[in-house]
Each structure stands twice: as structure tokens, then as C-alpha cells.
Ligand binder design. Structure first.
Ligand code: NAP
Length: 293
């Protein structure tokens, strides 16, 4: 393996599983998480724990970041004891968080001034995909940087596509989230209609899963909607963050996104009602509530 010293910052639902796949693939991994306890499982697998992103960068040729939102990526890279303080010329930063494309371009410019390259590599495929190492990864960045990042990404994902310059991966991920708005709402409405029409809803899902209504959401999230229990998964508060990124892109591009806008409204209500940490399939609760006495 050419560059085997890899760092990882952000061991949440996604990061923990992605980092574990890097260790299993033979990378020498240095890890950091804001809440240090979450690293225990990886240390058992053989990863070394650092006390700051700065220390991670000092120990690594490439560093993967997977944290929640745009300000969090900024804090990990440019904050006190951040990656930028510990990186050397050429240390590659691979940001797998889902954040704003325009902020991504600004971060990359600030890093380039210090000789530190960056690619954006947001992922899709859910917590299941992170665990199985089958994520879909959309990459923005220069050709050389993409080729350097590729072996690391290949240990975490199955479909890896170079979409264009820095920011193109995040823009593609925003498109993904817009498409998912329609899918989640459509599956939620279909499940509700089946339940209230006296059909065997599980049989309906099975029957439709091979036809034109087939989708990842129907296959993997209709069960939560039927049970009305929304274990993670993907926090609805994080999906709302992504939809707001897409709506801002739509405004800049002069494009109306009515389903995404509706989803943002429903999700804002769910977050305000205390459901922000539940899986995004909790959208079904918002749909149901419109038809409850
Ligand atoms: P999560 O379980 O909530 O974990 C968030 C991680 O970010 C934690 O490690 C957290 O540290 C860290 N973090 C947040 N703010 C931070 C800050 N200011 N400084 C340092 N660390 C910070 O989220 P997740 O589901 O893993 O999602 C991570 C990213 O992947 C998000 O951008 C999300 O949109 C994207 N994503 C998620 C999914 C999914 O299905 N879950 C799928 C595709 C993409 P602590 O442990 O200290 O809180």
C-alpha cells in the first residue's frame, strides 16, 4: 500500500463504521473524536487515538473528516488544534461530511494557500452502507488528488465517481438529497394509504419492491414507517441541513424545488417537536398526523 498512514476525524454513526473498514483494509489509522469515548471500539481493532485533529494530521499522509455540518468541518480543519495546524505540504484532506458546496470551495482555497490539497467526498448509502463498506461516494477535486484518495475511498465504498472540481461532490450529494425528499414522502404516503385501506401493508411492500415503485427507502425504511418507530439511521435534523443546502443551490441556480421545500417545512416541524435525533423516516409521522382525528 503506497500511502498507508491515514487519519480519521469524526466517529459518529457513519465515521465509526467507515473508519473500522479502513483498519480492516490494512491502513494504519490515527483517529480523533470530539467525544473521546467513541474511539474505544476502533482502538481494539488496532487504531491509535490522537488528542486533537492537529495530532491526527501530523501522523498521517491523508485525513478523512466525517462530522455533522459546515461549521463543524471548519472547526476541525481551521479551529485551534485543527488539521491545518498539523498538516504538512501535500497532506490530503478528504471531507466525507455533507456540507455546503460553496463553503467547501472556500475551505479548499484557504488550504491551497498553505499547500494542503482537499477533496470533497460526501457519501450515500446510509448506516447500513457505511457498515458494509458499500457506500456511494461522489468526489470533487483535482485529478491527482482524486487518484490519491481513491484507495481510501475504495475501502469504504463501492461506487466512487469523480464529479469534477472541488465542490462538485457536495453539489451532487445535494441532488441526491432532493431526490430522497420525494422518495421518503412518497413511501410514507403509500404506507399510510395501504394501512388505512385495509391492505396487508407488509405484503404490499413485498409485492411492490420488484416493480417501478422500488427504492432503497421502500426496501430499508418502510418497516420503520409501518412500526411507527424511527431508530437511526440518519438523523432528520441532518437531512434538514442537506435540504436547506439544496434549496440555497436552487435559489442560486434559479430553480424551483417544491417537493424539497415541502420536506424542509415538515422536517422543521419535526425538529421543533423534539424528533430531530430520530431517523429521517420519521417524516411518516408528519404525514400520518395530517389524517389523525
Ligand atoms: P452523527 O452520528 O450525528 O455524528 C456526528 C459526528 O460529528 C460525531 O463524531 C460528532 O462528534 C462530530 N462533530 C459534530 N460537530 C462537531 C464539531 N463542531 N467538532 C468536532 N466534531 C464534531 O452523524 P452521522 O450520521 O455520522 O453523519 C456525519 C456526516 O455524514 C453528516 O454530514 C451527515 O449528513 C453525513 N451522512 C450521514 C448518513 C447517515 O445515514 N447517517 C448518510 C450519508 C451522509 P461527537 O461524537 O463528539 O458528538
Amino acid at each position: 500500500m503506497g500511502e498507508s498512514r491515514v487519519g480519521f476525524c469524526g466517529l459518529g454513526t457513519m465515521g465509526l463504521a467507515m473508519a473500522a473498514n479502513l483498519v480492516r483494509s490494512g491502513f494504519r489509522l490515527t483517529i480523533w473524536n470530539r467525544t473521546p469515548d467513541r474511539a474505544a471500539e476502533l482502538i481494539e481493532l488496532g487504531a491509535s487515538q490522537a488528542s486533537s485533529p492537529r495530532e491526527v494530521a501530523a501522523e498521517s499522509d491523508m485525513v478523512v473528516v466525517c462530522v455533522s455540518d459546515t461549521p463543524d468541518v471548519e472547526a476541525v480543519i481551521f479551529g485551534p488544534q485543527g488539521l491545518a495546524e498539523g498538516a504538512r505540504t501535500g497532506t490530503l484532506i478528504i471531507d466525507c461530511s455533507t456540507i455546503s458546496p460553496s463553503a467547501t470551495r472556500q475551505f479548499a482555497e484557504r488550504l491551497a494557500e498553505r499547500g494542503i490539497p482537499m477533496v470533497d467526498a460526501p457519501v450515500s448509502g446510509g448506516s447500513e452502507g457505511a457498515q458494509a463498506g458499500t457506500l456511494t461516494i461522489m468526489v470533487g477535486g483535482g485529478d491527482d488528488d482524486f487518484h490519491r484518495a481513491r484507495p481510501v475511498l475504495a475501502a469504504m465504498g463501492r461506487s466512487i465517481t469523480h464529479m469534477g472540481p472541488v465542490g462538485a461532490g457536495q453539489a451532487t450529494k445535494a441532488v441526491n438529497q432532493v431526490i430522497l425528499c420525494g422518495t421518503y414522502l412518497g413511501v410514507a404516503e403509500g404506507v399510510l394509504l395501504a394501512m388505512r385501506s385495509g391492505l396487508d401493508v407488509e405484503q404490499v411492500v413485498e409485492a411492490l419492491s420488484g416493480g417501478a415503485a422500488r427504492s432503497w427507502v421502500l426496501e430499508n425504511r418502510s418497516g420503520r414507517m409501518i412500526a411507527d418507530e424511527y431508530a437511526l439511521g440518519f438523523k432528520v435534523s441532518l437531512h434538514l441541513k442537506d435540504v436547506l443546502i439544496a434549496l440555497a443551490m436552487g435559489r442560486d441556480a434559479g430553480v424551483a424545488l417544491p417537493v424539497a421545500a415541502l420536506t424542509a417545512q415538515l422536517e422543521s416541524g419535526l425538529v421543533a417537536a423534539g424528533h430531530g435525533d430520530e431517523d429521517v423516516s420519521v417524516l411518516a409521522r408528519a404525514v400520518r398526523s395530517m389524517s389523525e382525528p
